[in-house]
Design a protein around this ligand. Structure first.
Ligand SMILES: NC(=O)C1=CN([C@@H]2O[C@H](COP(=O)(O)OP(=O)(O)OC[C@H]3O[C@@H](n4cnc5c(N)ncnc54)[C@H](O)[C@@H]3O)[C@@H](O)[C@H]2O)C=CC1
Ligand SMILES: Nc1nc(O)c(N)c(N[C@@H]2O[C@H](COP(=O)(O)O)[C@@H](O)[C@H]2O)n1
Length: 271
């Protein structure tokens, strides 16, 4: 077994495969398959507070996350997570490229939403270092069209094989999710694993983001994090203009115990 590699048994992988992207083609014309996945506490928190990385997944569910990473073309996070966690965003399952396998096979493309250029990506960022070591792909940063990237950040990205992509923003400085997925699709990304954080997840679970998420895979850890946590709690699903909103329920649900955690898989029933 190669250094740092994780393993995930095929008996545990089998029930999850039902929720994974097809290995060929885009799920919808120009839109990648989207799997929304995260680890949560019993009080629906992702972390103790916005700037604090909090380990929730146990050994087996962490290996599951890396198995999921190996099955997606890209991993997407918001700038808040990139700043708080300095994440690796690579796949460390035994047998993928950089972990016993050839080239970069099975490594997902890290994508960071950073409209205002808040993430100080540089040569010391973990994701950049891993790409240079041949253990991950270089990150793509999606920034706002009216926010030019600093030269040093641009160099850090391109030296690692990454790039800077721009999109238009709305009046509150947000990208439209259809635009995000569309630009990734046009760049050959057929599937995206959205990992967080709170603001990204809450947007994609909101009643407005209809038809964009294909699967939801949530690790629930037996822990409470308390009231200052970054909570998964999407916008209210209220009736507007007489149009009745459905509740944010999952269908096609499976619960899988993994060590001390339980993994919930399903598909949005509201689209
Ligand atoms: N337990 C878990 O599985 C995970 C936990 N986390 C935790 O979550 C926390 C970070 O969460 P948040 O502070 O909510 O940050 P976040 O990671 O959701 O990033 C928010 C930022 O992303 C950008 N963004 C998001 N949606 C956008 C859109 N539609 N258009 C343009 N820009 C957009 C904006 O810059 C926004 O300020 C950290 O503490 C991190 O450790 C993060 C990922 C997974
Ligand atoms: N699945 C999962 N379980 C947890 O307990 C977590 N804290 C996270 N966080 C996400 O994973 C990223 C860190 O990944 P690396 O090991 O550095 O590659 C972090 O940025 C969150 O997206 N996930």
């Amino acid at each position: 077994m190669s250094r740092d590699a994780l393993s995930f048994p095929s008996s545990s992988a089998k029930p999850i495969e039902h929720y994974l992207p097809e290995s060929t083609g885009l799920a919808r014309p120009l839109y990648p398959h989207v799997t929304l996945t995260y680890a949560t506490s019993l009080d629906a928190n992702l972390s103790l507070s916005p700037g604090v990385q909090t380990a929730l997944s146990g050994t087996q569910s962490k290996a599951m996350t890396h198995f999921l990473r190996s099955k997606h073309a890209a991993i997407l996070i918001g700038a808040g997570t990139a700043i708080a966690d300095d994440p690796s965003l690579n796949c460390r399952i035994e047998g993928v490229g950089g972990y016993g396998g050839p080239g970069l096979e099975g490594q997902p493309r890290p994508v960071v939403l950073d409209p205002k250029g808040r993430w100080k990506v540089n040569a010391e960022s973990k994701v950049v270092k891993l790409a240079k070591e041949g253990r991950g792909l270089g990150p793509w940063v999606i920034g706002a069209q009216d926010t030019p990237i600093e030269e040093s950040k641009h160099r850090a990205l391109t030296d690692a094989g990454g790039s800077y992509i721009t999109l238009p923003t709305d009046s509150s400085g947000r990208f439209d999710w259809a635009n995000i997925l569309n630009i990734l699709g046009t760049k050959g990304i057929t599937s995206v694993m959205v990992e967080g954080g709170g603001s990204v997840i809450n947007e994609l679970l909101s009643p407005r983001a209809i038809g964009l998420v294909d699967s939801v895979i949530v690790t629930i850890a037996p822990v409470w994090l308390g009231k200052n946590g970054v909570q998964v709690c999407p916008d209210e699903r209220k009736n507007e203009g007489g149009v009745k909103m459905s509740v944010g329920k999952l269908k096609d649900v499976r619960w899988l115990p993994l060590g001390e955690d339980v993994v919930l898989c399903g598909r949005p029933a509201w689209q």
